[in-house]
Write a protein that binds this ligand. Structure first.
Ligand SMILES: Cc1cc2nc3c(=O)[nH]c(=O)nc-3n(C[C@H](O)[C@H](O)[C@H](O)COP(=O)(O)O)c2cc1C
Length: 178
């Protein structure tokens, strides 16, 4: 099973993530776990989340970038679900060997992520907290899928990225079943 842990505080206003999710949600073996729908009060059911993760071969963390980071509910999810002794540390092997794909979006254009531009660093400088979380838990980090400039992305480019997302999940399924 491919588990999409989806964290968008305003899905009803989303353009980028709506297009990405719509491109993959009908695939066999894909389950979308929308954290802001499920936990509007931020009261995460840790056991239920861990049970979902246990069934997944690929875990996707999908969200817009908010203040250079995942939105607050996904950050809380990392803190409470990825427990020591379960996800990492002594005896913490539940996620070992599972794939981890980061699917995210920025409002700013990729060009704004440069030392001499608005954000002062390449976008890759902001990815280590997410990447290392996956790697510390023994997951196998996949090349991320990033939609830059989501505020002004043209529909054709967005459709191409959505199609690319679908292809990647189809390939994952083919490899898992092959
Ligand atoms: C509170 C807040 C913080 C944000 N912080 C960033 C940021 O640090 N960098 C950035 O490029 N865009 C930032 N954005 C823009 C979002 O990333 C952008 O709206 C989102 O990727 C668009 O995706 P969507 O069409 O699925 O909503 C922020 C937006 C909000 C509301």
């Amino acid at each position: 099973m491919i588990l999409i842990v989806y964290a968008h505080p305003h899905h009803s206003r989303s353009i980028a993530h709506r297009a990405l999710l719509d491109a993959v949600r009908d695939l066999p073996d894909v389950q979308v776990n929308s954290l802001y729908d499920r936990y509007p009060d931020f009261d995460i059911d840790v056991e239920a989340e861990q049970a979902l993760l246990a069934q997944a071969s690929l875990v996707i963390w999908q969200h817009p970038i908010y203040w250079y980071s995942p939105p607050a509910l996904l950050k809380l999810w990392f803190e409470v679900v990825l427990m020591r002794g379960w996800a990492y540390g002594a005896g913490g092997t539940a996620l070992q060997g599972k794939g981890c794909l980061w699917v995210t979006s920025t409002g700013s254009a990729e060009d704004d992520y440069r030392p001499d531009a608005a954000h002062g660093h390449p976008f890759g400088a902001f990815s280590p907290p997410v990447e290392r979380t996956a790697v510390l838990c023994g997951m196998v980090w996949q090349p991320p899928l990033i939609v830059h400039g989501a505020h002004r992305v043209d529909r054709t480019a967005l459709a191409a990225q959505a199609a690319h997302y679908r292809t990647r999940l189809e390939q994952w399924n083919a490899r898992s079943h092959g």
